[in-house]
Design a protein around this ligand. Structure first.
Ligand code: AK5
Length: 273
């Protein structure tokens, strides 16, 4: 694959297959690089749309960040190229597709599956934080599943290097921690909060602070109005872990490496990830 990164690519280097989904700012297609027969996901972004949303710099920073990230639970961005009207991202193909579709189908995950995903995410985030990258957008829509069932963090549309603290509010509020909803300074502990929200959603099928109106979700997040519906398939160890991640004071949230040592993870996560 290192050859994939060096070369000047053009659309003619690829056979384009079926559409995989509508990612951010554009369509994603299954594609095969002709010489190597390497299967990839090709994301097509329209320059006009990037310009009008003023995200060209965001994309450039993203490509820069991604080119240094190598982790089994982070979807690879092998490279990019462009033509007159479009920018193309050459992405790793996640053979088992989108995690949120899987969650919709199963309603909720078993403790083993949920703990395995949370462990993989924690390891990927430890890796990112080690590179001074905080993700800030950990939600089911940005997670994919690889050929062996392993989780892949897929969309870095909003990842930043920790020195850049500017924050633009967008999309669902469900995953934002209090400090972001109150739009004050935040740091890597933002990702811990999102991990807690995800863990809850994997086990209950809905995010913890869901409400009909945005204003109610906002109020529930600020208050950390965390409730665990009676559910036999959810152990007290799981609730203990979630309660240690969804803490208002970001400095009091469980640290990522402590997540990996939590009894619920140790007892339920599949070490192969
Ligand atoms: C490393 O993955 C990315 C890295 C960057 C961006 C991106 O758009 N950045 C961006 C775009 C505009 C402005 C600023 C940033 C997007 C992704 N990833 C995706 O969009 C996921 C595409 S869907 C898919 N992919 C593989 N296998 C499947 N089975 C599927 Br379904």
């Amino acid at each position: 694959v290192s050859a994939v990164e060096k070369k000047r690519w053009t659309l003619n280097d690829f056979d384009i297959g079926k559409p995989l989904g509508r990612g951010k700012f554009g369509h994603v297609y299954l594609a095969r690089e002709k010489k190597s027969s390497h299967i990839v996901a090709l994301k097509v972004l329209f320059k006009s749309q990037l310009k009008q949303s003023q995200v060209e710099h965001q994309l450039r920073r993203e490509v820069e960040i991604q080119s240094h990230l190598r982790h089994p639970n982070i979807l690879r961005l092998y490279g990019y190229f462009y033509d007159q009207t479009r920018v193309y991202l050459i992405l790793e193909y996640a053979a088992k597709g989108e995690l949120y579709k899987e969650l919709q189908k199963c309603k909720y995950f078993s403790e083993k599956r949920a703990a395995t995903y949370i462990s993989s995410l924690a390891q990927a985030l430890i890796y990112c934080h080690g590179k001074h990258v905080i993700h800030r957008d950990i939600k089911p829509e940005n997670l994919l599943i690889g050929a062996q069932g392993e989780l892949k963090i897929a969309d870095f549309g909003w990842s930043v290097h920790t020195f850049n603290r500017r924050q633009t509010m967008c999309g669902t509020l469900d995953y934002l921690p209090p400090e972001m909803v109150e739009s004050i300074e935040h740091d890597a502990s933002v990702d811990i909060w999102s991990l807690g929200v995800l863990c809850y959603e994997f086990l209950y099928g809905v995010p913890p602070f869901e409400a009909k109106e945005h204003s109610d979700t906002y109020r529930r997040i600020i208050k950390v109005d965390l409730k665990f519906p009676p559910k036999p398939t959810v152990s007290s160890a799981a609730k203990d872990l979630i309660s240690q991640m969804l803490v208002k004071d970001s400095s009091q949230r469980l640290l990522l490496h402590k997540v990996l040592e939590h009894p619920w993870i140790v007892q339920n996560a599949d070490p192969s990830g």
